[in-house]
Design a protein around this ligand. Structure first.
Ligand SMILES: [Fe+2]
Length: 294
């Protein structure tokens, strides 16, 4: 029993209108404001992929994981409950707000809130406000999230043992500063061909997220987004480069409120039969000169 895909993410931001404008004009998503005032960003036929709510700080609030069936959803609830990780199941209003039939709330051992849902109906077709831009999504979900996991071993085990994620790549990088522990990243796949739907990083992240990744349909779409990011004067925190593990060509930048994002193309897709997880000590084939705020 495995989680199917990353269905949606939730953010809280101080300036909803700024995020709405950014979503449309920089990312090329389609934005809508719901009756409750939240902004929904759509990047494919799913009802929305980013649920953005008003808050007093800019932060990532939850990953929304989709289950393959209602039976899986119910079994996950039992497993999470017995592990003491289940916060509870949402009612009809919470499910409706996510355009899903059922939703439940839980927390991982590093304190990352997440949600499980079943099922999300496809909605209207997606047309980007940016001509020619499309995103690589279903059946692989919206992309990936990399979450802070200071309780690293327990958090990796949690996603593997309870939710059925499997290891794709175990990456060790030098310490970020002299005397600090080495950096460790585990990249986990869900039940779909994307190399990783979830990354876990052994350091904290001030706004609750290491980065969110969106994958576009061409290299030109990545270059054009880089131009839009620069025109919007958003900080680019990693130059264009290609990752070793998923072969993604991407760059990283800070969205409004300092939310780190990766925008990429050309991520490799996998048939997981007979796959052996890789171990690495180098993140990139070329490029990706990192300049994240410490
Ligand atoms: Fe990434």
């Amino acid at each position: 029993m495995k989680v199917a895909a990353l269905g949606y993410v939730r953010l809280q931001v101080r300036d909803l209108e700024e995020w709405r404008k950014f979503g449309e004009e920089v990312l090329g998503f389609a934005a809508a404001t719901a009756d409750d005032g939240s902004v929904r960003l759509k990047m494919d036929a799913a009802p929305f992929r980013y649920l953005i709510e008003q808050g007093d700080a800019d932060r990532f609030t939850a990953s929304g994981w989709e289950c393959r069936s209602e039976a899986d959803y119910e079994r996950f609830l039992i497993v999470l409950d017995s592990a003491g990780a289940l916060v509870g199941e949402g009612g009809a209003p919470e499910a409706e707000a996510r355009r899903t039939a059922r939703v439940a709330f839980a927390t991982d051992p590093s304190g990352n809130a997440f949600e499980l849902c079943w099922s999300r109906a496809a909605d209207s077709p997606f047309t980007s406000p940016i001509a020619g831009l499309e995103f690589i999504t279903d059946p692989m979900g919206l992309g990936h999230v990399v979450l802070p996991a200071p309780e690293f071993a327990a958090t990796v085990a949690f996603y593997q043992d309870l939710l059925g994620f499997r290891l794709s790549d175990d990456l060790t990088l030098p310490p970020p500063a002299a005397g600090a522990p080495e950096q460790r990243l585990n990249f986990l796949h869900a039940d779909n061909p994307r190399h990783h739907s979830l990354g876990l990083y052994n350091y904290p992240a001030p706004n609750g997220i290491v980065h969110i990744m969106a994958e576009a349909n061409s290299l030109d779409s990545v270059g054009l987004c880089l131009d839009r990011v620069k025109a919007a004067e958003l900080p680019v925190v990693a130059s264009l480069g290609r990752h070793f593990n998923d072969s993604m060509v991407s760059f990283y930048f800070l969205a409004p409120g300092g939310i780190p994002m990766e925008f990429g193309y050309d991520g490799q897709q996998y048939d997981w039969t007979n796959f052996e997880p890789t171990q690495g000590a180098v993140a990139d084939l070329w490029g990706h000169e990192y300049n994240f705020p410490s």
